[in-house]
Design a protein around this ligand. Structure first.
Ligand code: MG
Length: 156
């Protein structure tokens, strides 16, 4: 089973920047009800999509105080547990984060390790790519970040 996920969040001052469960030093962060970890959110939606289990907005609604400032990697673990209850497990994940600044490359290995641990996969099965929007559109103007992901699942 294959699934696709997409997410975007706006940059705002006074927020932490968390990508793939790794906090990155920057002069602003992403705005959201949870920690606004756009990369982890896209991966969660890819996993839920592959399993036919809807989306994160359904399972972790932003109207629910339980998820305020939530650690998205903890939510990812919950998604992996949902998959297991459905008799499924991840095979691999591939994701792309799009943002102008800061550079993600220096944090890539830490992000892969954190996500792989939560997914129950070796880091080699969790690919994280980063690119910019080359100055085009709202992402290119640095107004926010977006992420795309695909995930493959198999029966346990
Ligand atoms: Mg999100």
């Amino acid at each position: 089973m294959i699934g696709h996920g997409y997410d975007s969040h706006r940059f705002a001052p006074g927020r932490r920047l968390v990508l793939g469960g790794v906090e990155i030093a920057h002069d602003e962060g992403l705005l959201g009800h949870s920690d606004a970890d756009v990369l982890t959110h896209a991966i969660m939606d890819a996993l839920l999509g592959a399993a036919g289990l809807g989306d994160i907005g359904h399972h972790f609604p932003d109207t629910d105080e339980r998820w305020r400032d939530a650690d998205s990697v903890a939510l990812l673990r919950e998604v992996v547990a949902m998959l297991a209850r459905a008799g499924l497990e991840p095979v691999n994940v591939d994701a792309t984060v799009v943002l102008e600044r800061p550079k993600v490359g220096p944090h890539r290995d830490a992000i892969r390790a954190r996500l792989a641990e939560a997914l129950g996969l070796p880091a080699a099965r969790v690919n994280v790519k980063a690119t910019t929007a080359e100055g085009m559109g709202p992402i290119g103007r640095g107004e926010g970040a977006e992420a795309h992901a695909v995930a493959l699942l198999r029966e346990r």
